[in-house]
Design a protein around this ligand. Structure first.
Ligand code: AMP
Length: 207
């Protein structure tokens, strides 16, 4: 099963991707995580990507498309995968189509106000990728691996506003694109548990 998870930054794509990965045994491919890994390892790609990411802008298509193509060649992708944060532009969608047959696009719908609220309260584990919301529980360390949680630089309010603008200007039009192809299902981005009930129902209906 090949799935695209689509939605604004902070809509909960990463959390849903992890839940699907666990329930259906297919890997999550997050282009954001792949890019952050390159930034951390100070690769040439990472150095270029960093400049865009820190401003809330999209990394150029050709770089992200190469990253995606390399990743899907790996062995763990042979039974499918969940694309989290890819495609984000029309060009990426076209290139994706040339390289993979996608079964479904799940759009997580969430308001701009809620995105801002979540980003400000989101903390991530730099070690295992765990995602936490600190609005209710003032948690400081990852409860899986005990690593100190971090607030992503691009989750700071000014950058998140820029990322929302980028989403509205460059990515949102893909909703219509996939709608016309009759590949799109929309779920509401309430709590992760509620959203996952809807997501699971959609995926089970495909089997
Ligand atoms: P994410 O973790 O998916 O929110 O991505 C973090 C940042 O990585 C984005 O704000 C972009 O700068 C970059 N990025 C991730 N995926 C893509 C993509 N498909 N195309 C271009 N840039 C991307």
């Amino acid at each position: 099963m090949k799935i695209i998870l689509f939605g604004a930054p902070g809509s909960g794509k990463g959390t849903q991707a992890k839940l699907i990965s666990k329930a259906f045994g297919i890997p999550q491919i997050s282009t954001g995580d792949l890019l952050r890994d390159n930034v951390a390892r100070q690769t040439k790609l990472g150095e270029i990507a960093k400049g865009y990411m820190n401003k809330g802008l999209l990394v150029p298509d050709e770089l992200v498309i190469d990253l995606f193509k390399d990743r899907i060649k790996q062995n763990d992708c042979k039974n499918g995968y969940i694309l989290d944060g890819f495609p984000r532009t029309y060009e990426q969608a076209i290139q994706l189509e040339k390289n993979a047959k996608i079964d479904i696009v799940i759009h997580i719908d969430i308001s701009t106000k809620e995105i801002e609220r979540r980003a400000v309260n989101r903390r991530v584990c730099p070690s295992c990728g765990g995602i936490y919301n600190i609005a209710d529980k003032k948690i400081k360390n990852c409860n899986k691996c005990q690593t100190k949680l971090i607030h992503r630089d691009d989750d700071k309010i000014e950058i998140i506003r820029e990322r929302i603008n980028t989403y509205l200007n460059q990515s949102q039009s893909l909703i219509k694109y996939y709608e016309e192809k009759k590949m799109l299902k929309t779920v509401s981005g309430n709590t992760p548990e509620e959203t996952f009930v809807e997501v699971k129902k959609i995926l089970l209906s495909l089997k």
